[in-house]
Design a protein around this ligand. Structure first.
Ligand code: ATP
Length: 516
């Protein structure tokens, strides 16, 4: 655990030091759980968005995109259930004055039991060596089975009290499990209470309740209210999808873990409209498609897993998370939800406008069912960075071992695709040649020109921001018009003609490589 925390701390400081993420309004000591994307961060984030957008919209004839506004008619949130039910149960510790989410405290309790199970498994693995069959051990060891049953019972009870909004039940669980403040050990709690996560604001000159608006807590509703407009103007036939990338806002009670849980964040959501009765088929299809999308980035299978929801949201008949192994453990990265016809039906009822589809094959109208894929762009950023950042021992210029910090981002996502480096700074012939190459390449992709410091240090700087290729201009360049192309991961240097640089780099950083 300590090692994991170290890795996470290193990731956070790398993001700041190398220009990926800054705390918002840092000169005023920041604003809790609000962050700004720095120059390299914004490039990486844009590339992630493009990877998502292309794979959803460009590669699917039956998915189209929109960009709906953040502010919506306040009835939207009444219909969607957010005004009445978008709550988290919070509890305060009277001694430490710290505020927690009840479900997080209880989940934390279960994680501790799970850690004990894992410890037993690790011990047995060590004892039995090669012969050890982990699955069998977990399925037969009495102590593990007891502990697992305890976890399952607690989580089932939590799911019930959460879906019933049963505050007394939650208080009873906190008391019976003797849950303490994780930071101070105090058990002096207030009663749990519900807290609505929507930020509200005021419309123009209208005072009082009438002008009350919300900053959208999810982008999905912008898609639902536009369902008929989009279907008619694009002549899509069910099944079809509408995709959107945009900001969402949630007044999270406990916002920790850097950009994992923010109050202002970005979602990439796609609502897929299907014929009622076919939704489970599509749900399974989208689960698989989305998992493959993650795997194409080179994330190993063991860092990704499905986690079925025990506690279904008010609108869903099936829901699963794709969880990623962040430095602080497995957590939700993306949700795939079968949302039934809940949203369209509710909007239809409250607006009085038909939100139906005329199915020419069946010759009838119906309200389509919806399968949603919803991923947080910022969590995707964090997952990508945490997988890519590493320290490595590599030979330095003299062939001795040295440590480098490198960000092994998939080349198509890298903020800077290619750096152009003259071998020496004070040789005009080299710098002007390098500048000429840079000025040409910059039209093709994000490039950087750098002449400061020794070449080894410049390579290290590019490694730390994840630049997959460095082009070095040396004295041979002036003779034969060739340069060296250094590969970030293999450290191999190829000698290639200057007029081939663009084509070679372009092929290697092409997003198609991910889709393949
Ligand atoms: P959690 O259980 O972690 O609060 P959620 O189940 O409320 O997440 P959804 O409503 O399913 O999340 O939102 C879809 C996606 O939006 C999540 O999978 C996550 O990637 C992202 N997301 C949700 N809340 C936040 C947040 N506060 N900060 C960053 N990303 C978020």
């Amino acid at each position: 655990m300590a090692q994991q925390n170290e890795a996470f701390k290193k990731l956070v400081s790398h993001c700041k030091e190398y220009g990926f993420i800054y705390q918002s309004s840092e000169i005023y000591d920041g604003l809790a759980a609000v962050y700004d994307y720095a120059p390299y961060g914004v490039l990486l984030k844009n590339n992630l968005k493009q990877y998502w957008w292309k794979s959803m919209v460009q590669l699917h004839e039956n998915i189209v995109g929109i960009d709906a506004s953040i502010l919506m008619h306040p009835k939207t949130w009444k219909a969607s259930g957010h005004v009445d039910a978008f709550n988290d149960p919070l509890i305060d510790n009277k001694d430490s004055k710290k505020r927690y989410r009840v479900d997080h405290l209880i989940e934390g309790y279960c994680e501790k039991i799970e850690a004990k199970i894992n410890k037993d498994v690790a011990k047995a693995k060590k004892k039995f060596g090669e012969e050890f069959d982990e699955a069998q051990f977990r399925a037969t060891n009495g102590r593990i089975l007891d502990r697992q049953k305890r976890i399952d019972d607690i989580m089932a009870r939590l799911a019930k009290v959460m879906s019933d909004g049963d505050m007394e039940g939650m208080a009873a669980m906190i008391e019976e499990l003797e849950i303490k403040d994780p930071e101070t050990g105090s058990a002096n709690w207030t009663e749990p209470r519900q807290f609505n996560l929507m930020f509200s604001t005021q419309l123009g000159s209208v005072a009082g309740g009438d002008g009350k608006l919300y900053l959208r807590p999810e982008t999905a509703q912008g898609i639902f209210v536009n369902f008929s407009n989009v279907q008619k103007t694009t002549r899509q036939k069910v099944p079809f999808g509408i995709a959107q990338i945009g900001k969402a806002f949630r007044n999270e009670i406990v916002a920790r873990q850097f950009i994992f849980r923010m109050r202002e964040f970005e979602q990439m959501e796609m609502q897929f409209f299907v014929k009622p009765g076919t939704e489970m088929e599509w749900y399974e299809k989208w689960k698989e498609t989305r998992l493959n999308w993650h795997k194409a980035l080179g994330h190993p299978a063991e860092k990704l897993r499905f986690h079925d929801h025990a506690n279904l949201a008010h609108y869903a008949n099936a829901a699963v998370d794709i969880e990623f192994q962040f430095p602080f453990g497995f957590r939700e990265l993306e949700g795939i939800h079968s949302r039934t016809d809940f949203d369209l039906t509710e909007h239809q009822a409250l607006s009085g406008k038909k939100l139906q589809y005329f199915d020419p094959e069946l010759n009838e109208n119906y309200v389509p069912y919806v399968v949603e894929t919803s991923i947080g762009c910022d969590r995707m950023f964090l997952a990508t960075m945490s997988h890519a950042l590493m320290d490595e021992t590599v030979p330095d210029a003299d062939g001795k071992d040295s440590t480098r910090t490198v960000l092994k981002l998939p080349a198509p996502l890298a903020p800077i695709k290619c750096a152009v480096l003259p071998l020496l700074k004070n040789k005009e012939a080299l710098t002007s040649k390098a500048r000429a190459i840079f000025n040409d390449l910059k039209f093709a992709f994000d490039c950087q020109y750098d002449e400061k410091d020794a070449i080894g240090r410049r390579y290290r700087r590019q490694d730390a921001i994840g630049t997959p290729f460095c082009v070095t201009v040396d004295f041979d360049t002036l003779e034969d018009n060739t340069v060296t192309l250094r590969d970030r991961d293999t450290l191999k240097q190829e000698r290639i003609p200057v007029d081939k640089v663009e084509q070679i780099v372009r092929e290697r950083v092409d997003m198609r490589n991910l889709f393949a």
